[in-house]
Design a protein around this ligand. Structure first.
Ligand code: NAP
Length: 217
């Protein structure tokens, strides 16, 4: 893929990891945040501003020819309300997991079974092409994933075939080799619980460096 301007909507661990990885493979990125002076983003200043910059959510969404939604789920509705016009007609990669936390239980899904975050994002961004992916891996392994036990699988789903083809190309650039298209955005109902399985495995085995892999005989 030739160099693309990408909005990374979110400045947490995921937003920073993806921004760094995308710049490394030749794309131009603007990270969107509420606080452009956030100390965690100081590292971005080492980069050429034309390649990596930080702006408000709306500035980033306006900058990007495509976007990645990487905000906390509880904030997603508000953030999408701000950037919806800027994302019209664009590919939006949704990496969110609709997690809710309580003191006495582990993380739970805030939506599930008969609805999903991916579908809610697509319903809000009616004119955008939402592709759900990268929600079943730790931010540390989202870019150039390397596992001694084999090749990790990354699933994706979305309603627009051309958008998924572009996202597949981007994931390939980020080092993913086994990318599985599992259908339309409704399949987010399967991908979001898979994140809970990934978390459960991590908690039971005291590791956060694992990945899901489909093995074929
Ligand atoms: N961490 C992982 O390894 C991982 C893996 C797969 C998927 N995910 C999903 O990816 C998304 C991002 O995860 P993360 O770990 O990077 O960080 P996070 O803490 O879930 O989200 C950080 C982002 O959410 C924004 N945010 C939080 N509260 C907000 C509010 N009230 N209004 C507006 N924005 C608000 C923050 O804004 P500021 O920029 O202003 O601080 C920041 O940009 C989440 O949906 C998560 O479930 C995470």
């Amino acid at each position: 893929m030739c160099s693309v301007k990408i909005a990374v909507i979110g400045s947490g661990d995921v937003g920073q990891a993806l921004a760094k990885g995308l710049v490394e493979v030749g794309h131009s990125v603007m990270i969107g945040t509420r606080d452009t002076s956030k100390k965690e983003l100081k590292w971005t200043k080492k980069h050429d501003k034309s390649k990596l910059s930080v702006g408000s959510y709306a500035e980033a969404a306006d900058f990007g020819e495509m976007a990645i939604l990487a905000v906390a789920w509880h904030a997603a509705e508000n953030v999408l309300g701000i950037i919806r016009p800027e994302l019209s007609g664009k590919i939006v990669i949704d990496v969110t997991n609709p997690l809710q936390f309580s003191d006495d239980e582990g993380p739970q899904l805030a939506v599930g079974h008969n609805m999903s975050a991916g579908e809610m994002v697509q319903q809000t961004l009616t004119d955008a092409h939402v592709v759900k992916t990268l929600n079943t891996i730790n931010f540390k392994n989202m870019v150039q994933p390397q596992f001694k036990d084999g090749t990790p699988t990354m699933f994706m789903c979305g309603n627009n075939e051309s958008a998924k083809a572009h996202v597949k190309e981007l994931l390939t650039e980020l080092g993913w080799q086994d990318i599985q298209d599992i259908g339309d955005i409704e399949k987010s109902r399967l991908l979001e619980p898979l994140c809970l399985l990934w978390i459960e495995y991590g908690a039971l085995n005291d590791t956060w460096d694992h990945a899901i892999s489909i093995l074929k005989k």
